[in-house]
Design a protein around this ligand. Structure first.
Ligand code: FEO
Ligand code: CA
Ligand code: CA
Ligand code: CA
Length: 674
């Protein structure tokens, strides 16, 4: 999701959205290191415009340069495809020689008894049997050990009412708040009713669906016995150190362990033992109301921007109104684990991994068998985390791994000016995480993870999104999407640009390639944006074409060869003169910092997924909120909504709205992707 719930258009009460975003919600002074003693990357400014031979120096540290020298001969470019031209139109585009086939659209049937999608007669009952809205994370759990047959798991992050529902939008002219002599055009949405809210709740959550490749093409197996929809009403269990705590108890659940639903599942993961991870991100928008006077959760909720009241759910479901259920928000903001091999399993909210605006949870087995999860907290000036299990992964005994996520150590990252990173444990009783500071147990530390991390002196980052470990080289890629609120006196080596509109990517080298290490080194892999504009300070290699650069990295994937793929959220006609897409980024040797556009989305969409299957023959990508925008594109030039859409992708039928969809990309005639 781009900067919380759709702030780009006035379709929601955006003043409240912007208030919640504010300067970011981190109140600490952790944000600056004062003077920048040595900006490790300022050298690149001297190198601008120089030849490709020196371009590498612009993007890597001296440490990497040495290894790059050795690797130069042995490490040619690893991506070999003719890139797509960057631009904007109503369609998707994939590199020449590839097919991009829509596999699953919002409303598609997932079961033999699923009703056909009927956008003008939507019901919650139909939606819960159909593919949900705004697909984000895409994962794959192989069945029968194959890359051609498995379970596709997909998060449905949020809903866009103005694109989903007919007859609810009115285009209105209003006085401009900033300049009352001017008017602005806005979309006004009719007040919600119970039915609309229940459809939205059913359109959230996730999908588990069997898919099979036949004759080189993927198809959905509706009869799949493991097919499942998870929604904002599905029963879940809270587990781990915070489960059952007083702060998690409500009128409806005196045990503090039973919660209904998951919301705003952004990125996620598939664990080494084949469970599906759904990360709960922007939970604040779903709650409304006011806490009772003097309620002890006030500080906790403020740190998360709660409640924002974007959605009207609390009008019809008491638990989303904090004046009625003050503790309910403490039951969201977790990482959810789903056993996809049992369609009746109760998903578990694993409190040991902390509570914040979880972007995703990609994992890897460390050298000693412990499992490491990398976690971003997507807010301006918030933090990068990792969780290390106490127990070890047992490849031969799936059942033995099923509760690994209930015990372990959550760490938060401190990035130092000298290029080192330290992972600080968020452990009750250590440092300032004591009763004097309101932390009476590990449960308190986890419920208020952000405040605990503030006290440890973690480094406030430029909106941490997906974080991906790379098994082939022991490195970790951290997507930092943007932070236009960072001021000159708040820059540091790890967040080196003020008013960072285009984001950057950090590469972490864990000590001795051990993902469970508590120390490592880091460097900036890429500063994003248009490299032809000096003020932007982008560091793509000079080999990168005008199509190859991007802004706002968000999700990413590492393929079986250890190559990095980056998808974006926020490119637009106005911001970058291009839509979002999937870019292939070279990370090794001379080509390091070279990026190429592989796939681009239709106007108004954001690019989610991505996922490269182990056999490298398929890439899945998720096109999220197509048609959400277009007023800044000459081809449309006005606000987009159900009756007047900037694109009707993917069906292009007058009687069909635009539909978020998962796309399967394969090479024509077969073969490896990229
Ligand atoms: Fe849902 Fe951080 O994007
Ligand atoms: Ca985003
Ligand atoms: Ca995201
Ligand atoms: Ca990922």
């Amino acid at each position: 999701m781009n900067e919380h719930v759709n702030p780009r258009h006035a379709v929601f009460p955006t003043s409240r959205l912007e208030d919640a975003e504010g300067e970011g919600l981190n109140p600490t002074a952790n944000r600056t290191m004062g003077e920048i003693i040595a900006n490790r990357f300022s050298r690149r400014d001297f190198l601008r415009g120089s030849l490709a031979a020196t371009a590498i120096a612009a993007t890597v540290s001296p440490m990497a340069l040495i290894s790059a020298e050795h690797a130069r001969a042995a490490s040619p470019k690893r991506f070999d495809f003719r890139e797509v031209e960057a631009g904007i139109d109503t369609h998707h585009h994939v590199a020449e020689g590839y097919d991009a086939d829509v596999l699953l659209r919002w409303g598609d049937a997932l079961f033999p008894d699923s009703p056909a999608f009927d956008p003008v007669n939507q019901t919650p009952e139909a939606q819960v049997r159909q593919f949900g809205y705004n697909n984000d994370y895409v994962g794959f759990v192989p069945l029968s050990g194959s890359s051609e047959h498995g379970l596709l798991v997909v998060n449905h992050e949020y809903t866009n009412e103005h694109l989903m529902f007919p007859g609810i939008v009115k285009v209105v002219e209003k006085a401009d708040k900033k300049d009352p002599t001017k008017t602005v055009t806005e979309l006004e949405i009719a007040p919600a009713d119970r039915r609309r809210v229940d459809i939205e709740m059913a359109a959230h959550g996730g999908t588990v669906v069997e898919i099979r490749k036949e004759g080189g093409k993927w198809r959905v197996v509706r009869e799949g016995a493991l097919n499942r929809r998870i929604t904002s009403s599905t029963e879940m269990q809270l587990t781990g150190p915070a489960a059952g705590h007083d702060r998690l108890r409500t009128k409806a659940d005196a045990t503090g362990t039973k919660v209904f639903g998951t919301i705003n599942n952004c990125a996620g993961g598939v664990t080494p033992w084949g469970t599906y991870i759904m990360a709960e991100e922007n939970i604040h928008g779903y709650f409304m109301g006011t806490l009772p006077e003097g309620h002890p959760e006030a500080t906790n909720y403020k740190r998360l921007g709660l409640p924002e009241g974007t959605y009207a759910w609390g009008q019809f479901h008491e638990r989303f109104d904090i004046s009625k259920e003050p503790n309910e928000p403490n039951r969201f903001g977790w990482v959810v684990e789903v056993d996809v091999m049992d369609p009746n399993s109760v998903p578990k909210k694993r409190t040991a991994l902390g509570r914040f605006k979880h972007e995703g949870a990609e994992s890897i087995v460390a050298k000693d068998g412990r499992v490491v999860f990398y976690l971003g907290d997507d807010e301006r000036f918030d933090y990068v985390y990792k969780f290390v299990t106490t127990g070890r992964y047992d490849a031969d005994n799936r059942a033995a791994n099923m509760d690994l996520l209930d015990e372990g150590t959550l760490h938060v990252a401190r990035f130092a000016e000298d290029g080192t990173v330290e992972w600080l444990p968020l452990t009750h009783g250590q440092g300032q995480l004591t009763a004097e500071n309101g932390f009476h147990s590990q449960a308190d530390v986890l419920i208020e993870t952000r405040r605990a991390a503030d006290l440890l002196g973690a480094t406030p980052m430029d909106r941490p999104e997906d974080i991906q470990p790379n098994e082939t080289n022991g490195r970790v890629y951290v997507m930092l999407t943007n932070n236009t609120r960072r001021k000159d006196d708040q820059i540091d080596a790890a967040n080196p640009r003020a008013a960072n509109a285009f984001g950057h990517i950090i590469e972490i080298h864990e000590d001795e390639g051990d993902f469970a290490a508590t120390k490592g080194r880091w460097e900036v892999l890429l500063k994003c944006g248009d490299p032809s504009v000096a003020e932007v300070g982008a560091t793509f290699s000079t080999e990168t074409t005008k199509n190859g650069w991007f802004g706002m990295p968000d999700n990413c994937a590492v393929d079986a060869d250890g190559r990095l793929w980056v998808s974006t959220d926020g490119n637009s006609p106005k911001a970058t003169g291009r839509t979002d897409g999937l870019w292939a980024v070279e990370t090794e040797g001379e080509a390091r910092g070279t990026s190429k556009l592989f796939f681009r989305v239709p106007v108004g969409a954001e690019m989610c997924g991505p996922l490269l299957l182990p056999d490298m023959q398929t890439a899945f990508v998720a096109v999220q909120h197509p048609g959400d925008g277009g007023e800044d594109w000459d081809g449309f030039g006005r606000l987009s909504y159900y009756e007047d859409l900037s694109t009707r992708w993917p069906d292009f039928r007058d009687d069909m709205p635009t539909r978020p969809s998962v796309v399967a990309i394969t090479k024509q005639g077969g073969g490896r992707i990229g």
